[in-house]
Structures are given as C-alpha cells and as structure tokens.
Design a protein around this ligand. Structure first.
Ligand code: FMN
Length: 206
C-alpha cells in the first residue's frame, strides 16, 4: 500500500492507522467503566488462539488499583535503578500512573502444558503459539480502545513485578504476565512515525 492509499484508508485500515502509542494519557474518560470493561472483554473473547485454546487471561485495573500497580512497580524499580537515574524513572512512572487504567495480559501456562501433553508432536510449538495469541489479544484490545477514542501504550515491567501482581490481585500461579497496557484520555498525540521501505519488506509473486 502506498502512502496516499494509506491516507484514504477506511474501515479497519483507518482504525489500524489511528492506533498509536500514546504516552501522554489522562484519566478523563468519556466512556463508562462498564463499557470499557465490556470492550476489553469482547476484544479478547473474539481474538483467535491456537487450537482455540483461549490461553489469554486478563486483569483490568481501574482508578486506585491502576495507581497501586504503578506504586508497586516504582518500589521494585527503586531496588534496581541506580539512585542517580531514579528520578527520571520515577517521573516516567508518574506519567503511566496518570492514565485511567490498565490491562494486564497473561497466558495461562496450565493450558499450554495441557496442550503439550495432549498433542505431544506439537509440544514445542505451543509456547510459541501462546506468544502469538497474547500478541493478537493485545492488538485487538489496543484497536478496540482506539475505536472508542481511548489512547494506550504498551509496557513490559514483567518479570520484575510478577510476584507483587500475583500477591496483590490474587492471580493464579499458572498465569504468566506478558504485557501491560495503560489506557486513558489522550492529552497529546503520538509522535511522528516512520515507515521502512516497502520494497525491503514485501515480496509479491504472481
Ligand atoms: C511487542 C511490542 C512490545 C513493545 N514494548 C514496549 C515497551 O515495553 N514500552 C513502550 O513504551 N512501548 C513498547 N511498544 C510500543 C512500540 O514502541 C510502538 O508500537 C512502536 O514504536 C510503533 O509506534 P506506534 O505504536 O505508535 O505505532 C511495544 C510494541 C510491541 C508491538
């Protein structure tokens, strides 16, 4: 697709183009919490997974619980970031905490283990497909939030925060944290995005 074709994209491709990493997020959402929760649930429900294994698991944190996540992350980072760099790290955390909520994406390792036992010849593939599945679920949620005018960014403070998350929200031991999506109102648009040359990326044979 050329640049000008992208500018005229409609429907799904317009939505895909509109989805960006938004760091300047606020907590002024025009959508009711219940509608946001249902949007996230439906995006995950409709996401495909290997053998329809539905291995994705989700923790949605809103308001104070979202803050709680970032406070425990800040305290874990304090232990490993050199003191002279910590102020910058802490400021970054303040930025993430200012969002309205977050979606934590897990993959249930018990499901993957069960599939490996059931279909031994594919055993090596199931962990890989689980990673594909969480990626698809994450993208689906990101798009669904975008469609509702909600901004988001994707973070990875796992495995640093895994034990705290498990303890704080009573998460089953088999759930493995794979990513964390902050979401909220859009205080500033995404930065400029560059695209690599299509000729280096796509091979078309016909
Ligand atoms: C698998 C994956 C991991 C990412 N991890 C992070 C991350 O840990 N922190 C972050 O700020 N952005 C992260 N991002 C966001 C990318 O930096 C971003 O998607 C990319 O620069 C393209 O920008 P866009 O999202 O605005 O299109 C991640 C994106 C993907 C797809």
């Amino acid at each position: 697709m050329t640049g000008s074709e992208q500018e005229h994209a409609e429907g799904f491709l317009a939505l895909a183009k509109n989805r960006r990493t938004i760091y300047a997020l606020g907590n002024r959402l025009t959508l009711a919490e219940e509608e946001i929760i249902e949007t996230i649930k439906e995006a995950v429900r409709q996401a495909p997974s290997a053998f329809n294994s539905q291995s994705s698991r989700i923790l949605i944190l809103l308001g104070q619980e979202h803050h709680r996540f970032w406070e425990l992350t800040r305290e874990q980072l304090r232990k490993i970031v050199p003191p002279e760099n910590f102020q910058g790290t802490s400021d970054k955390i303040d930025g993430f905490a200012a969002a309205a909520g977050s979606v934590l994406f897990f993959e249930d390792q018990q499901v993957i283990k069960g599939l490996q036992e059931q279909f031994a010849s594919y055993a090596d593939n199931f962990p890989v497909w689980s990673e594909h599945s969480t990626g698809i679920a994450q993208y689906a949620v990101w798009l669904a939030l975008t469609e509702k005018g909600i901004g988001a960014n994707l973070q990875h403070y796992n495995p640093l925060v895994d034990a705290d998350v498990q303890r704080t929200w009573n998460i089953p031991e088999s759930w493995l944290l794979r990513g964390h999506m902050n979401f909220g109102s859009i205080n500033a648009p995404a930065g400029e995005k560059t695209y690599m040359d299509d000729n280096a990326r796509f091979i078309i044979a016909r």
